[in-house]
Design a protein around this ligand. Structure first.
Ligand code: AOS
Ligand code: ZN
Ligand code: ZN
Ligand code: ZN
Length: 426
């Protein structure tokens, strides 16, 4: 199903008056304080966040998975769902595929279909954390790190296949997340596992085209519970540097031990020009993959503050590839993603409000109180009228979730796909 601009504009009429009053009030106040509101609106409109194909069905846990009504059973279905999110927000103009869950039968046709909805293909993700049918060897004891060279070869070849598929679709990057690690002390020779991983990644890196990037994701634990080969940003950075200029670290917000200062990691990576990819989600305990901003919105704002600073100051750092890596177990996946998109843009807008010059000056004066005041003043501003205005100007929905519900989108999807359609790959 497709949402027409006319329908969205029609819905917008309901909120137009209230919105305009709130927007004018805020814009006037901000302009008085010297904020360039047009600049913020432009930044909000420009930011495009990729949706991962696996977030369009309900997520699950090792205890089970409860499908959501009308999940997309095909790649076309997933792309069409991202198209809906994009129509409602104009900020989800890309999909991130996962191979082999999303192998396109006809890459050209898929590319055309996506383009008709304004959707591009962001980073492609390889999968060496599961065995696939008819595989000659198993990833049971790891993939790129495996002590058996024939398993490493298999895993390298898989990544090359993924690059190949990505090239056909117009992707420009490969994300490698490895589950590789060990469950018990003594199981791994740490040094050998890391060296094997480095050699394998270098091999993959050599096969990517000049206009491609390699993103190396890290994660402290899970599915292995004693050690993970690429456990932290330092290891990832070391590997990226061992590969070359177009290899970068990818930060996933859920991939840190509790209380890690993620904003400081972001700052360090951007200073080195090595923050390539970014996975948004939120977490209470571990890699919970909860809706962005649902647990620690202030931390998200502080992270965005470093992202905005870095994008302004570290011209050596390319614009990171943004993706939502969240998948909810019980909500309507599309509503959940709309909430995540909103949370990303709220923190983004708040960070854009930070008066960087005043902050630098307060830092120079060592005025700790003022530094905190400047950050919190931005954080405590209700920036939602700015988001609504950016969407209104882009012909998206002033209120995406309310519009999604008013237009009864889920029931129309169910009518098309059936109540019991199950997401492919999950
Ligand atoms: C896994 O924990 C990572 O976050 C990956 O980025 C991603 O969620 C995975 O590749 C999807 O299966
Ligand atoms: Zn991730
Ligand atoms: Zn994860
Ligand atoms: Zn996660």
């Amino acid at each position: 199903m497709k949402l027409s601009v006319e329908k969205i504009i029609e819905q917008n009429q309901k909120w137009l008056e209230t919105h305009e009053a709130a927007y004018n009030f805020l814009a006037e106040k901000l302009e008085k304080n010297g904020t360039d509101v047009e600049h913020i609106l432009k930044k909000l409109k420009d930011l495009q966040v990729a949706i991962p194909s696996w977030a369009l069905g309900a997520g699950g846990t090792r205890f089970g998975r409860f499908s959501y009504k009308g999940e997309p059973a095909t790649l076309e279905g997933k792309i069409s769902d991202v198209g809906l999110l994009h129509s409602l927000t104009q900020s989800a103009g890309a999909i991130s595929l996962h191979i082999p869950w999303d192998i396109p039968e006809d890459a050209n046709a898929i590319k055309e279909f996506a383009a008709s909805l304004g959707i591009e293909f962001d980073a492609v993700n390889s999968n060496t954390f599961q065995d696939q049918p008819r595989m000659k060897k198993s990833y049971r004891f790891g993939s790129l790190c495996n002590s058996d060279p024939s398993v490493r070869e298999l895993a390298i070849q898989h990544n090359l296949d993924v690059i190949n598929i990505g090239e056909k679709l117009g992707s420009k990057s490969l994300t490698v997340w490895l589950a590789d690690g060990s469950n018990f002390p003594g199981q791994h020779n740490f040094q050998e596992a890391l060296q094997n991983t480095r050699d394998s990644l270098q091999h993959i890196y050599k096969s990517i085209r000049d206009d491609w990037k390699l993103f190396i994701e890290y994660k402290p634990y899970e599915p292995n519970f004693y050690s993970t080969v690429i456990q932290d940003w330092g290891t990832s950075l070391m590997l990226a540097e061992a590969c070359g200029d177009r290899a970068y670290t990818l930060v996933d917000l859920g991939h840190h031990l509790p209380n890690t200062n993620i904003e400081q990691i972001v700052a360090t990576l951007m200073m080195k020009g090595k923050l390539g990819g970014f996975h948004f989600n939120d977490s209470k305990y571990g890699d919970d993959d909860l809706t962005v901003g649902s647990i620690k919105p202030y931390a998200l704002f502080l992270i965005w503050n470093e992202l905005v600073y870095g994008m302004e100051h570290n011209k050596n750092n390319p614009s990171p590839a943004w993706m939502i890596d969240a998948s909810h177990n019980i909500k309507d996946p599309l509503e959940d993603l709309l909430q995540s998109l909103e949370a990303i843009q709220i923190a983004h807008a708040q960070a854009l409000l930070v008066d960087q010059n005043a902050l630098r000056e307060a830092q120079k004066q060592q005025d700790v109180v003022l530094c905190q005041e400047i950050l919190q003043d931005a954080y405590r501003t209700d920036v939602r009228p700015l988001l609504r205005e950016a969407r209104l100007q882009s012909n998206a929905a002033i209120e995406p979730i309310a519009t999604y519900r008013a237009l009864d989108v889920r029931n129309q999807i169910i009518k098309e796909r059936g109540l019991h359609s199950v997401a492919s790959g999950l």
